[in-house]
Every structure is written in structure tokens, then in C-alpha cells.
Design a binder for this molecule. Structure first.
Ligand code: PEP
Ligand code: CO
Length: 444
């Protein structure tokens, strides 16, 4: 069955100078091997369905924008490590199965609020992600170049290769927990807490090596799934696979639609309505409560579990007002969704130095509100969605080191939005573990 891209409601697309070249390149990619398999997509969907019912929890995270320059073995391994470390904390403390989904191996496309960027009276196209143009502010670099789609494909496939190698070689297993903390030279409270957990897991594994039951438990399987924003639809379509009377897009296991492109009659919503992959929908403060039902029915007419994840990114100023209304509407209409919390995108501010930042406490508060509201409504907070990195960047303020506005420029490396650094991510891991413990107590 063919997938159609609707022309109306198609926003946030690059102005390619040569459409014929785009066609040629997407045709080539269509012939290339897919990045993920249908079987893996179906497995992830099952885990999302389980988490939506309270069995398991989702940890989704990674860069705001992956770049072509951050492409070394160590850099990619570091990105995986931080997800693994957080999931180890969550799984060890709560004994809940954690499904890990990276914003990785394809997160090269960025929606923008403005078409153009102005600097010193010069007007150039906005940066739209490395798959489209280069962040350097010159006409040549900012002009969309379809050859970059090819580079995005090749880089994604090399990253997938590394993820699969690491998974098959056992790196992602808990038995390897000691090799996940190499970048953590600091001896802060949370690093110490993490190391203590790593030690306990090690002892448990040594002890359990004699126990067959333990060996067959899921502590030894540790898949990392992939996801990215489904933005440039011609590129996504090159990964179409028709299997068992269903359409799949095999560029990633999960695709999401951003807050700017999730309006009811958008081409992006129409696109994800035609596919069987699990789909995330970002929900920001401009959401119209009445639209949410129409949106879900359009994407998921059969009301399947695991198909839709609503990724709530309302920000601390709106979550208490809007989320309860959303939950009530969804519950009254018996719509099946997984509720995820993205506490990053609704809380972006400009620091005094002019850099985009987010404050650790604000992020923490939005997560706490998310869990509290679900508890009050009797629904399930099913997971979290972060922008984070395994490197010791200074992009978000606060956290254990109490990064200040004027520290931001020290290691500010993101190509787009500010990310939690390694230590801030661990701190967040412990906080979520506590909230999950409370979720369990509340449901007992
Ligand atoms: C993002 O996830 O990087 C993003 C742009 O999010 P949103 O669509 O929620 O603004
Ligand atoms: Co972002």
C-alpha cells in the first residue's frame, strides 16, 4: 500500500534549490538497506503498550540535534552511556523494566520558529539540522543541500551499526556497568550514589551468575531503540516497507511529530496516520483541548495500545492548568495513549549572556507536576523524554554543581537546544526513581 504525502498543511520543509536532485537522492536511499527492522518496531510498540498500562517505564533521550561533526566512536558511545546509566539507576532502584529510546541515529532535522535568521543586517535561511544545511552563518552553508540527506543516512547507519555491535557484544548489559562510568571522573554526591549502585549491581551479578533464574531475567538483554522527529517527509518515505498489510517507516523505531507540525490537518499528522510505527506527538501550550481527540482518532482509528505517545511539553507555567484537562478528555473518550513528559521544551529561556538555557529546578518541577497530576487523575505517567548528553557540557543551569548563567559559555556545545550534562542526568535519574517509587506506593 502506498503512502501519500499531502501537499496541503505541509510546513517546515526546506526550500531546496533543486528538487530534481532531492528526488534522485531519496530514490537512492530507497534502494539502500533500512536502518531498523519491522520486528524491532513491533517489539518497541509492545513495550510502549505495556508501559501505558503501568508495566514498565520509558526513558527517551539524546541530543536536540545530532550533528555530522559529533561522529567519533567515543562520542556516540558516550551518548549511549548516559541513557544506560540513567536506566540502571531507575531499574535498580524501582525494579521496573525500563525501555530505552535514544534521540539518535536520525535526529538531524529541526523545525524552526522563523524561516530566516538575521545577524548584523544579514538575512539567511535558518539552520534546519545537519541533514539540510550547515549551522555556519554564510549563504553557501545555509542553503539547503540535498546531498546532506545522503550523509545523514550514512551517519545514521554507522551509528546503528555501533549500537548493534555494542548491544550484541554485551556493552549495554548490566554486567558491563563498570565500563559505563568512564566519563565520570567527578566525585559529586550523585556520581558516588551511582557508583554505589554500580557496585551493588556487580555484586548481585557475581552472586547471580550461579543462579539460572537470574540469568534468564531481562537484566541481560538491553536493547536501545531509536527515534527522531519525522520532519522531512520525502526522506522518511524512502524508508517505507509494506509488511503484513501494514506500512512501516524503517528509518527509526519510533517517530514523533513536533509541536509546530502536529495541527489537525497537517501533512505530518496525515503521514503518521498511514504508518504502523509507534508515533509520538509533542503537545505544547497551544494545544486545543477539543482537537486532541480528533488528533488521536485520526492517527489511531483502531485505538491500539502502544501506537500513540503524547509527549507533554507544556512547561512549568501551563502544565497544572492544561494537563488535567487533557487527561480528563482522553480518559472520558477512552482513548489509549502513553503519557510521556518532556520537561525541557516548555522551559527554555534566554540567559543574560544571550545563550538559550533551561534551569535544572524548573525541569525537575515540571516532572514532579506531571507525576502529581497523573496521581490525582488516577492515570499513569508512563515515561520521560529528555535532551541530554554524556559529556560534561554547561548548557542547563543548576544541578549539583549549581551551574550559573555566566558559566554557560565554558562548554556550550549544542547545535540547537540546551541539554542536561552527564551529572545532571544522573541527578535526574535519582529524582525520577523516587517519583516512580511513589507511583508504585500510590497504586498498591
Ligand atoms: C525537539 O524535540 O527538539 C523539539 C523541537 O520539540 P518541540 O516540537 O516539542 O518544540
Ligand atoms: Co530541542
Amino acid at each position: 500500500m502506498n503512502i501519500k504525502i499531502k501537499n496541503s498543511g505541509l510546513t517546515q520543509q526546506p526550500h531546496w534549490p533543486d528538487l530534481e536532485q532531492v528526488n534522485q537522492i531519496t530514490k537512492m536511499i530507497k534502494e539502500y538497506p533500512n536502518l531498523v527492522s519491522v520486528k524491532e518496531i513491533i517489539n518497541l510498540k509492545r513495550q510502549l503498550a505495556n508501559a501505558s498500562k503501568g508495566d514498565g517505564f520509558i526513558l527517551q533521550g539524546g541530543d536536540c540535534a545530532e550533528t555530522f561533526t559529533e561522529f567519533s566512536n567515543d562520542m556516540i558511545q558516550n551518548k549511549l552511556k548516559v541513557l544506560l546509566q540513567m536506566s540502571a539507576i531507575l531499574q535498580y532502584v524501582t525494579k521496573i523494566n525500563i525501555t530505552k529510546i535514544g534521540r539518535i541515529a536520525g535526529q538531524f532535522f529541526k523545525p524552526r520558529s522563523s524561516e530566516y535568521e538575521f545577524r548584523d543586517g544579514v538575512k539567511l535561511p535558518a539552520y534546519r539540522g545537519d541533514a539540510i544545511n550547515d549551522i555556519t552563518f554564510t549563504k553557501e552553508h545555509r542553503t539547503p543541500n540535498p546531498k546532506r540527506l545522503l550523509q545523514a543516512y550514512h551517519q545514521s547507519s554507522a551509528i546503528m551499526n555501533l549500537i548493534r555491535n555494542l548491544t550484541m557484544g554485551g556493552f549495554t548489559n548490566f554486567t558491563n556497568i563498570n565500563s559505563w562510568n568512564l566519563s565520570l571522573q567527578e566525585k559529586s554526591e550523585y556520581v558516588k550514589k551511582y557508583n554505589a549502585i554500580a557496585k551493588q549491581i556487580n555484586e548481585m551479578i557475581n552472586f547471580a551468575n550461579v543462579s539460572k533464574d537470574f540469568l534468564s531475567s531481562n537484566i541481560h538483554q538491553n536493547t536501545v531503540y531509536t527515534s527522531h522527529e519525522s520532519l522531512v517527509l520525502d526522506y522518511e518515505l524512502a524508508f517505507h516497507k509494506y509488511y503484513n498489510k501494514k506500512n512501516y517507516i524503517c528509518s527509526a523505531h519510533m517517530l514523533w511529530v513536533g509541536d509546530r507540525t502536529r495541527f489537525l490537518d497537517s501533512a505530518h499528522i496525515d503521514f503518521v496516520s498511514q504508518i504502523a510505527n509507534p508515533v509520538g506527538v509533542k503537545i505544547g501550550p497551544s494545544i486545543c483541548i477539543e482537537d486532541i481527540i480528533k488528533l488521536c482518532k485520526k492517527i489511531n482509528p483502531k485505538n491500539e495500545h502502544g501506537k500513540i505517545s503524547l509527549i507533554i511539553r507544556l512547561g512549568i507555567n501551563y502544565i497544572n492548568d492544561i494537563l488535567p484537562k487533557l487527561i480528563k478528555t482522553i480518559s472520558q473518550n477512552k482513548i489509549n495513549v502513553l503519557w510521556l513528559c518532556d520537561p525541557m521544551h516548555g522551559n527554555t529561556i534566554k540567559s543574560e549572556s544571550g545563550l538559550k538555557t533551561r534551569n535544572f529546578d524548573t525541569i525537575k518541577q515540571e516532572i514532579e507536576c506531571f507525576f502529581n497530576i497523573h496521581q490525582q487523575q488516577g492515570t499513569i505517567p508512563g515515561g520521560v523524554h529528555f535532551e541530554l548528553t554524556g559529556d560534561n557540557v554547561t548548557e542547563c543551569t543548576g544541578g549539583i554543581k549549581n551551574i550559573q548563567d555566566n558559566d554557560l559559555s565554558e562548554h556550550y556545545q549544542t547545535a540547537c537546544d540546551p541539554r542536561l550534562n552527564n551529572e545532571q542526568s544522573l541527578e535526574m535519574g535519582f529524582l525520577i526513581a523516587e517519583l516512580l517509587q511513589k507511583r508504585r506506593i500510590a497504586s498498591e
